[in-house]
Each structure stands twice: as C-alpha cells, then as structure tokens.
Design a protein around this ligand. Structure first.
Ligand code: UDP
Ligand code: MG
Length: 322
C-alpha cells in the first residue's frame, strides 16, 4: 500500500455521542475493505456532549482518524467545508454521522469514480423512518429550488457524495460564506452521476436540523443560486400597480356616472393590510439577499478551528497532544 491518501471521508458531528463509535466502526470496516489508503476526518461542530472525548479516544488508537475541532457551532455546511479544506485524498466523500447514509454505498461511489466520474452523488430512492413533514418539505424544497435556477441541481440528494480532488479544489476556491454545498457542487460542473440508495433511519439520537436550521439552509440554497425571488417581487409590484390603476379608474367612473361611492372602510382596510403584507414580504426577500451581501463584506472566515488531532500538515497552533 503506498502512502498517498486515496480517500478522505468527511464526517460532520454535532452532539453525536450516541452514534460516533458505531459510525467509526462501520466506516472503518468499509474503508479497510478497499485495501487502499484513507483518512476519516471527524469535524466536531461545537458539540456540547461527549462527542469530542469519544473522538479523542478513537484518534488515539487509529492515526487514520483525524479530528478538526471548531471553536463553536458554525453549522453543518461549515463543517463540511472545513473537512474539504483539510482533506488530502484523491477523492473526498462527505457523509452524515448518523448512518442515515449507509457507509457501504461509498463502495459503489468509488466504482463510479474509477469509471471516470468526478462527482458521484447519493440519490435517496426512499427515506426510512422520517416524519411525513420532513419528507414532504424536503421533496417540495428540492423541486422548488430546481424550478428557480438554470443550474441542473439533482432532486432528492443531500450532501452524501464523492467528489474528485479537482472538484474539491474548485469548491475550496469559492469564497462564499453562507454555503449551500450541494448547490455549489452542481455549479462547479464536471462529469457527474448518481448512485441510488435507501436513506435509513437515524442510528440513534434526534435530528440536529430543527426547523430553524432547515429554513436557513433552504434560504441559503435559493439565494446563492437564484435571483428569481427578487424578479418575482418586481413582477408582483407591477401587477399590483396595474390593478391599482384600474381600481382607481373604476372608482372614479362609478362616482362620476352613477354618483355611487363603492369604497367603504372595511374594503379600504382589507386592501391596505394585503398591500402592506405584500410590501413587507418583498422587503423581507430583499433583506435575505442584503444580509448575505453584508456577511460577504465582513470577510470573516466560514469557521474557526480550535484544535486538531492526527494532523501533520496543518498550522501547529491547532495541534494538541492526546
Ligand atoms: N450537523 C452539524 N452541525 C449542525 C447540525 C448538524 O455538523 O449544526 C451534522 C450532524 O451531526 C450530522 C449531519 O450534520 O452528521 C446531518 O445532521 P442530521 O442527521 O441531524 O440532519 P437530518 O438528517 O435530520 O436532516
Ligand atoms: Mg440525519
């Protein structure tokens, strides 16, 4: 076996004390079966439970396992980004820690990569053990996003995928802060294909993606890939303006010809509230874009690393002994 790292497996971790040992065991068994050199990068995204202590223990016994420990919770997409930034493999695989993405599928991805594909994404043929709400919102969102952009974003895929070193380097070179990594992977192009798999039930513990985080991710996806919401609010403004002109003409004519006042207070109130709502919604949409421009302009890093383990090549400031 030569020393060159062939595969880097990036695993983001946020409060995953109940799954991390089993995830390590399953990943190790799959990756050992390739008979090629690999590294597993656990990215601890500011966990508040015993996740990091458990990973320390794993790293102590297995130097193929590396830890990137964030200074606080920066979010799933930041954790994936850090893993890519710090990876050395000829191919990089991103996989969730909770075993919903079966590690065995990595072998199918590797096969496709060896056939010459540069991105192999996991397509969820079926989702086991998830709530109706989660399945419905995910399905609706992927289709909404697809309809909003000209980039070909495959539906029903998460971040579980294998990317070639070329693709990883292209992604690393993108400086944007509020990242929607799966969209960026589509944006960079290259030869892409999928492998289908059945998304499993979470091995243990609860989802780390509450509604608030899901909404943020969805908005990052839309705003980073499409201007359509801004265009639609512009169209809405035009339609409202034209309707207003016709209404005004109608009211004036009615008063002049029939001498009847068709406008009453409840009607004025109803129209006012509707228009106000529409206006605020359009300002809110603009706000989503402006907030992200603000984030970019500050130039802060996407994440901050507190420490690392089993890394030889990074800044010694981060290296801690264990
Ligand atoms: N995760 C993370 N930071 C967060 C939230 C989640 O690193 O702020 C990780 C989490 O540990 C898991 C992956 O992202 O490995 C996906 O999270 P989860 O399985 O809870 O999401 P779901 O499958 O329910 O959408
Ligand atoms: Mg999950």
């Amino acid at each position: 076996m030569n020393n060159k790292i062939m595969y880097s497996i990036v695993v983001p971790l946020y409060n995953e004390e109940l799954v991390v040992q089993e995830t390590y065991r399953r990943l190790k068994s799959v990756m050992d079966s390739t008979k090629e050199n690999y590294e597993i990068l656990f990215v601890n995204d500011g966990s508040k439970d015993k996740t990091v202590d458990l990973v320390y223990g794993i790293c102590r016994n297995d130097e193929k396992i590396k830890l990137i420990n964030f200074s606080r919770n920066f979010g799933h997409q930041a954790a994936i980004t850090a893993g890519m930034d710090m990876s050395s493999g000829a191919a990089v695989v991103v996989i969730d820690a909770d075993l919903q993405d079966p590690p065995e599928v990595i072998l199918d991805m590797i096969k496709k990569w060896k056939e010459g594909y540069e991105v192999v994404y996991g397509k969820r043929a079926k989702r086991e053990g998830e709530t109706f709400f989660k399945k419905f919102t995910a399905k609706a969102f992927y289709r909404l996003l697809k309809s909003m952009t000209t980039i070909d974003i495959p539906v029903d895929t998460g971040d579980f995928r294998l990317i070639d070193r070329k693709v990883c380097n292209a992604l690393i070179s993108l400086p944007e802060k509020n990242r929607y990594v799966r969209g960026l992977v589509s944006w960079v192009g290259y030869k892409q294909t999928c492998v289908e798999f059945v998304r499993q039930e979470r091995f243990a513990g609860e989802t780390k993606y509450p509604l608030k985080k899901m909404m943020k991710l969805a908005l990052d996806g839309i705003t980073s890939l499409s201007y359509k919401p801004l265009v639609i609010s512009g169209y809405l403004g035009v339609v409202t303006f034209i309707t207003g002109i016709f209404l005004t003409i109608g009211v004036v004519i009615n008063q002049l010809i029939n001498g009847k006042n068709i406008v009453n207070l409840p009607l004025i109130l109803a129209i006012n509230i509707t228009m106000f709502g529409l206006l605020l919604a359009c300002i809110g949409i603009m706000g989503q874009y402006i907030g992200r421009i603000f984030d970019e302009s500050k130039g802060r890093p996407i994440y901050i690393i507190d420490s690392t383990i089993n890394y030889k090549r990074v800044d010694k400031r981060y290296e801690i002994s264990c």
